[in-house]
Design a protein around this ligand. Structure first.
Ligand SMILES: C[S@@+](CC[C@H](N)C(=O)[O-])C[C@H]1O[C@@H](n2cnc3c(N)ncnc32)[C@H](O)[C@@H]1O
Length: 334
């Protein structure tokens, strides 16, 4: 009878130790069982290894973390000493704006020192550049309460030779202070105008496009150049100097350079944190007997951010706040 299962005629012994030639069917069954056993053993060992990885990995990681965090339980086994950082956050640190400013520069070297920030020349040298000339308007000046009588009041109080304005925009208040000082016989007064000259995001669209003439060239508004054009139009480029920096970095630079002012106006960001930072940094630049004032005391944006900053600062420094229209003035609390 024909047998469909293969039969080998050789009587040699296979590598599995099965003698060929006796009962091929049994041999085949044995071989199959043997292979299955082998497969199960491999599978079992693989699963065992996998389970070991699952349990041992996290345990090892946890152990290392405990050691590096200085956990006393693991200290005895660990050789690495724990890293202990000294605490740096004390309450008074929240008032620690640059702790020490430089000794005051002589007034005669203030302008040349400022010009070092502009490659040792006045920023008005060769102004305006050809490519901007078509875009700059003449006397394009707008502001907010920028010609209020409070300016004359504080100028009379401080009799300033150096004024720092924190927040200038198109120069309305700076030009007004230049006029008032001139009228009061203070024609040598220098006004340093600290502003990043970015306005605020999307300011050209403000109030139905009120500032759309201050165009944007490849994402760069020409606010500083329009401010400078306004200053040049007023013939005040010897006295009104742009300081085109973020207020934090710019005021710190003045502090580190030793440039102090008799009068400081704060009118940049209106949030609590902006105003708080500006007032704290600027305060270090006020000469003894100098006057600090600012705008937007009653501005409701960010829940009266400016007013909260002004009042808090006054409380910490034993000052009296005098509201004056939309402005505020600090006075010693005597
Ligand atoms: C209200 S405007 C100043 C108006 C000006 N004092 C006047 O009365 O004509 C505020 C100015 O502050 C500037 N400013 C706001 N936050 C600033 C910051 N963190 N650094 C530099 N300038 C900033 C803006 O670019 C804007 O020009």
């Amino acid at each position: 009878m024909f047998h469909s299962r293969p039969v080998r005629s050789s009587s040699a012994t296979s590598s599995a130790g099965i003698t060929m030639g006796s009962d091929p069917y049994t041999h085949h069954q044995d071989r199959k069982t043997h292979m299955m056993r082998k497969a199960f053993t491999c599978m079992f060992l693989f699963l065992l290894g996998y389970a070991a990885c699952l349990f041992v990995g996290p345990w090892w990681e946890n152990r290392n973390m405990l050691e590096s965090s200085g956990d006393p339980k693991s200290q005895s086994q660990s050789q690495t000493p724990p890293v202990v950082l000294p605490s740096i956050a004390r309450d008074e640190d929240f008032y620690r704006f640059p702790s020490k400013c430089a000794l005051p520069l002589p007034e005669s070297s203030i302008l040349s020192t400022v010009f070092k920030l502009f490659d040792n020349k006045s920023p008005y040298a060769n102004f305006p550049p050809e490519h901007l000339r078509p875009y700059l308007l003449h006397n394009e000046i707008h502001g907010w309460g920028s010609t209020n009588p409070v300016f004359e009041k504080v100028i009379r109080l401080a009799n300033p030779r150096i004024i720092i304005e924190v927040g200038t925009f198109l120069g309305n208040s700076a030009l007004h202070m230049a006029n008032v000082t001139r009228r009061l016989g203070l024609e040598n007064t220098i006004i340093l105008c600290m502003d990043d000259f970015r306005g605020w995001p999307g300011f050209a669209g403000y109030n139905q496009g009120m500032f759309r003439s201050v165009i944007d060239i490849n994402g760069d508004v020409i606010l500083m150049q329009q401010f400078m054009q306004n200053v040049v139009d007023a013939g005040e480029e010897e006295r009104i100097i742009p300081m085109p920096f973020a207020t934090g970095a710019g005021l710190d630079k003045l502090c580190l350079t030793g440039i102090y002012a008799d009068l400081i106006e704060v009118d940049a960001g209106h949030s609590f944190h902006s105003a708080w930072e500006d007032i704290n940094r600027a305060w270090k630049l006020l000469k003894p007997g100098g006057v600090m004032f600012g705008h937007d005391y009653f501005n409701g944006s960010e829940e009266y951010g400016v007013r909260r900053a002004v009042d808090k600062f006054a409380k910490e420094h034993n000052l009296r706040v005098e509201p004056n229209g939309e402005h505020w003035i600090f006075f010693p609390n005597t």
